[in-house]
Design a protein around this ligand. Structure first.
Ligand SMILES: [Zn+2]
Length: 323
C-alpha cells in the first residue's frame, strides 16, 4: 500500500513538473501534423500588429494571433532578419504598434520598397522581383494541381549542398490534396537536405483559361482576399510549418488596391525576374521562378540544365535575404 502511495506521489510530482515545464518552455512552438491536412485545428485566427518582448529581452513583431489545439499562439516576425516563428502568447508582452512606428525596421521597408519610376503601373509582377547581392533566390509555385510533386527537382536542389534554400509559394488547394508530398518535403527539411521558406500563394488560386489578366486571378469578382490568405496560413501551420512574410499573387497579377490589401496584412508581395519557362535567364540577384507542381516540366528541365552548365548564379540564397 505504501509503495502504491509513493508511486502515486511520484507520478503526481512528475506530471506537475512536466506541466510546469511546458508552460516555462518559451522557444518556438512545434506543431505535430495530423494524418491529413486539416486547418480546422487552428482557430480564432486574426491579423494583429503588435510589438512584443519576452523575458530574455528579445523583441519581435506579432502579425497573427490564433489558438492551435486550444493553445494561444502568435505568429511573429524578427523585424531585422524577417525570420518568422510561432510562439506561445503567454511568453511575450505585446502592445499594439503601427507601420509608422516600425518604419525604420528592415521588415517594414521590405513591405514598402521604393517605387521604380521606370516601371509602368503594371498589373503583372508587382512587388519584389530582384534581390540584393549575388547568387539566386529559387522559388517554386505550388498552384493547385492534381499531379504529383516533381520530386526530382528537389533532389537536384538538395544535391547543391546541405540545407539548400528554396522558397515554396504554396496554395492551400495544393496542400489539401498533397498530404504525402507535403510530408515528403517536411522530411527533407528535417534531415537538413532543404531549407524551405513557405510563401503564401492564396488558397483557391482563381484562374480562368484564356481570360485577360486584367479580369483574371485575384482581379476576378468576389475574391475574398483575407480568406485566401488566412486559410492557407492556417493549413501551413496545421501541417507543422511556419508561414513566411511573403505572398505571391496567382499569375503574379495584382492591382494597386490588392497590393495595399496584402501589405495591410503585413505580407510582402513577391514577383520574379527569371521565370525560367518564359525564357527569362537568371542573373546575379535574380528571383527564379519554376513550378514543381507537375504543370511546367519545361521550367524544371531548364533549371537542371542551368545548374549543370554552371549558368545558375550561386550561391542559392534564402528569400529573407532578398529585400
Ligand atoms: Zn500559381
Amino acid at each position: 500500500m505504501r509503495r502504491v502511495l509513493v508511486l502515486l506521489v511520484w507520478a503526481y510530482v512528475a506530471c506537475a513538473a512536466t506541466a510546469r515545464g511546458e508552460e516555462d518552455s518559451c522557444g518556438p512552438v512545434n506543431i505535430a501534423p495530423g494524418p491529413a491536412p486539416n486547418g480546422a485545428r487552428v482557430r480564432d485566427y486574426a491579423p494583429i500588429f503588435e510589438a512584443c518582448v519576452n523575458g530574455e529581452g528579445e523583441s519581435r513583431l506579432a502579425i497573427r494571433r490564433m489558438s492551435v489545439d486550444g493553445n494561444p499562439l502568435i505568429l511573429t516576425v524578427d523585424p531585422q532578419s524577417l525570420h518568422t516563428s510561432l510562439e506561445r502568447a503567454s511568453c511575450w508582452r505585446c502592445e499594439a504598434t503601427s507601420d509608422g512606428e516600425q518604419a525604420e525596421t528592415r521588415y517594414i521597408k521590405a513591405l514598402h520598397p521604393p517605387q521604380d519610376p521606370t516601371r509602368p503601373p503594371a498589373l503583372v509582377n508587382a512587388g519584389l522581383i530582384h534581390g540584393v547581392g549575388v547568387g539566386a533566390f529559387v522559388t517554386g509555385d505550388l498552384c493547385p494541381s492534381r499531379k504529383r510533386l516533381d520530386r526530382a527537382f528537389f533532389e537536384k536542389l538538395a544535391a547543391q549542398g546541405r540545407g539548400a534554400p528554396v522558397t515554396l509559394a504554396v496554395s492551400g488547394g495544393w496542400i489539401a490534396r498533397h498530404g504525402a508530398d507535403f510530408a515528403w518535403l517536411r522530411e527533407k527539411e528535417r534531415i537538413g537536405a532543404l531549407a524551405i521558406t513557405w510563401a503564401n500563394h492564396s488558397y483557391s488560386h482563381p484562374y480562368i483559361r484564356r481570360l485577360a489578366d486584367s479580369r483574371n486571378y485575384f482581379l476576378r469578382p468576389g475574391v475574398d482576399v483575407d480568406r485566401e490568405i488566412f486559410e492557407t496560413e492556417k493549413l501551413i501551420i496545421a501541417e507543422g510549418e511556419t508561414p513566411s512574410v511573403f505572398f505571391r499573387f496567382p499569375g503574379l497579377v495584382a492591382d494597386t488596391a490588392l497590393l495595399e490589401r496584402i501589405r495591410d496584412r503585413h505580407l510582402a508581395p513577391l514577383g520574379a525576374d527569371s521565370w525560367l519557362a518564359l525564357g527569362l535567364r537568371p542573373r546575379p540577384g535574380s528571383i527564379v521562378l519554376v513550378h514543381p507542381n507537375g504543370n511546367e516540366p519545361v521550367g524544371l528541365k531548364l533549371f537542371s540544365r542551368l545548374i549543370d552548365a554552371g549558368a545558375m548564379p550561386l550561391p542559392l540564397r534564402p528569400i529573407n535575404e532578398a529585400p
